[in-house]
Design a protein around this ligand. Structure first.
Ligand code: C2G
Length: 133
């Protein structure tokens, strides 16, 4: 069984996220999503998600391509995650290109996929605030 992992906040889940998850699943049979916790989002990415971790977890677990959702609590856990979950392939959008190449030394394939253009959580929030302000 080929196992794939990806990481992210996945707030206001949109079709760009779904494209990423669909393409990531094509690299194996089992897809794990390490979902950024609210604390990690704020402490490490200075992001406050609209939906809480539990709400985002429920949404991501509902996606047909996703087999397991685990918490992403820090930057450092990726290496231990690869070994703990016997990961073959690590996948991220190409806005992270090059940032996680060190994972190749742990024996994983590292794949950066093109982001879906014209959609982002930030853009959604801005558009909504323009419409309703
Ligand atoms: N994504 C995409 N196309 C978009 C928007 C997002 O392919 N239009 C991808 C991102 O490249 C990422 C995933 O969807 O691979 C999740 O996006 P975010 O929730 O924005 O993830 P991010 O905040 O970048 O967190 O340790 C890694 C971080 O947790 C990644």
């Amino acid at each position: 069984m080929k196992r794939v992992i990806t990481y992210g906040t996945f707030d206001l889940l949109h079709y760009g996220h779904i494209n990423l998850l669909r393409k990531a699943k094509k690299y194996g049979d089992y897809l794990i999503v390490a979902l950024s916790t609210d604390a990690f989002n704020w402490e490490a990415k200075h992001k406050r998600s609209y939906f809480s971790y539990e709400q985002r977890k429920m949404l991501v677990e509902s996606v047909r391509y996703v087999d397991l959702v685990i918490p992403e609590e820090n930057w450092e856990q990726k290496i231990s995650d690869l070994h703990e979950y016997h990961i073959d392939t690590f996948v991220m959008g190409d806005d992270w290109k090059g940032k996680f190449d060190f994972l190749k030394e742990e024996g994983a394939d590292v794949i950066y996929l093109p982001r879906t253009p014209q959609v982002s959580t930030t853009q959604i929030k801005q558009n909504l605030s323009n419409i309703f302000s």
